[in-house]
Design a protein around this ligand. Structure first.
Ligand SMILES: [Zn+2]
Length: 134
């Protein structure tokens, strides 16, 4: 069953492997914990991001429990979408939400940016699936 799941989420699993190897090669401290059976890799960097790839969650250590829940929502999206996850969730999240926000919302307050960000698909759905109440 684990092998079928790995094949279903193969693009995400491969990308997660690359990111984890990259963090280890750069000797970034990484602490592994579990959330609802999903490994969460907390890494220590001044700036950082959070991402859910297949059965892996990678988070900079500045994030909190709410972000873990949100990423767990993305984990559930990945389960549902399988090979389409990066196309439907990953790319829109990275390009249209993150990049768009950084380019066009520079003058917004961080609260307004956060509200805008988490009201967009697929972020709103990830919150709902992860049980996040904002
Ligand atoms: Zn998200």
């Amino acid at each position: 069953m684990k092998i079928l799941l790995c094949l279903w989420q193969l693009p995400q699993v491969l990308l997660a492997g690359i990111v984890i190897v990259f963090l280890k090669m750069r000797r970034v401290p990484v602490k592994k914990e579990y959330y609802k059976g999903i490994p969460v890799y907390w890494y220590t960097m001044d700036t950082g991001w959070g991402v859910s790839l297949g059965e892996f969650i990678l988070l900079a250590n500045r994030y909190n429990e709410t972000t873990v829940k949100h990423e767990y929502g993305h984990t559930r999206q990945s389960l549902m979408l399988g090979p389409l996850y990066l196309l439907v969730i990953g790319i829109p999240s990275a390009v249209f939400n993150n990049l768009w926000d950084r380019l066009f919302h520079k003058k917004w307050t961080s609260a307004d940016r956060s509200r805008w960000y988490y009201n967009r698909l697929p972020e709103k759905q990830a919150d709902r699936l992860g049980g996040v109440v904002r």
